[in-house]
Design a protein around this ligand. Sequence first.
Ligand SMILES: O=C(COP(=O)(O)O)[C@H](O)[C@H](O)COP(=O)(O)O
Ligand SMILES: [Mg+2]
Length: 425
Amino acid sequence: MDYIDLNYTPNENDLLSCMIIKGENLEKLANEIAGESSIGTWTKVQTMKSDIYTKLKPKVYEIKEIGNEGRYKIGLIKIAYPLYAFEINNMPGVLAGIAGNIFGMKIAKGLRILDFRFPEEFVKSYKGPRFGIEGVRKTLKIKERPLLGTIVKPKVGLRTEEHAKVAYEAWVGGVDLVKDDENLTSQEFNKFEDRVYKTLEMRDKAEEETGERKAYMPNITAPYREMLRRAEIAEDAGSEYVMIDVVVSGFSAVQSFREEEFNFIIHAHRAMHAAITRGRDFGISMLALAKIYRLLGVDQLHIGTVVGKMEGGEKEVKAIRDEIVYDKVEADNENKFFNQEWFGINPIFPVSSGGVHPKLVPKIVEILGRDLIIQAGGGVHGHPDGTKAGAKAMRAAIEAVVEGKSLEEKAEEVEELKKALGYWK
Ligand SMILES: O=C(COP(=O)(O)O)[C@H](O)[C@H](O)COP(=O)(O)O
Ligand SMILES: [Mg+2]
């Protein structure tokens, strides 16, 4: 089977995939990738019919050698798949093709998917975020400034009452959103149900005392039926939010959850994404994953901080931000990423988190803008004077940016910030 057609110009209904591949013969490898990800297998089969081939075959329309490693060549290739080949509203099913077996082919010494371009009909078949940036801002009644979140720390270990108390301290100190850590679910010492009710009681108290809207993002990550049960508990307890570890829960769970009747803002934590996104040779970029999560419909997604503790450079993190925020994204000038239209699908609120403390806030906002949720766990609860002081310092750092003041100037007004700046160099 020959899937290479370098004269082919993709049409707007094609689903496009761009990847970096490594192998002895780029043409042969590209051809096999196209086949294995769609209608082909290792040999010619008697069951193949000409109409199947004509209607469903993908076209490799670009192969560009970009380097080599010993006897292997490295190339950038692009494949166009006809939409007819897919059950378009079945994300796990689609990914089993375009991002499935191909990673395991012996002939591929490297295969990293950089981007997909999803066509209009495909995009419109997904729900997308229910709230998006505007909806979240409206719920929290915060018009312009970056939102401030914290993760209760230690990651796991606090008893329910302690957890709720730490959340309260954070809220009254100035935090808007308190979230569970990715590995806190329903441990013996901190059962989900108790935690949700008790923490939300504290949220109400904090709202009353501060006059601000506050929210809690309980982690409902669990086997799917249990996830639904926990969502019902969160609903009953009056939570506007749930949090899901989207990678470990799986595409099916995330898509299904968004299709349920709940009215939650969905916060997506991406724990385990780096096993897929970080490898140089094999994997799928975070940008491609982020696009998938926008289709599936999460409202908030971790995208990186650039300057914090987790991997992710400025160019990459900004590109992810653009992709989840804008309605129209232009292709990059290196021709590695596609243009993408979102056809009115809501944006995702980007979340910067991981190793954040007050000193980093101005830089993060400078890079990623104000439509951002800035989260600090260690950077709040690690403050020498405790959680409330840590929350005050983080909030003051955000206010400094909004007021156009330097952190040092603001620190003259807010003692907690001054201490934080001295503590975290
Ligand atoms: O708990 C934290 C951060 O805690 P701390 O503020 O103490 O570092 C999150 O799990 C990370 O943001 C994950 O990384 P990413 O956001 O890159 O997915
Ligand atoms: Mg965490």
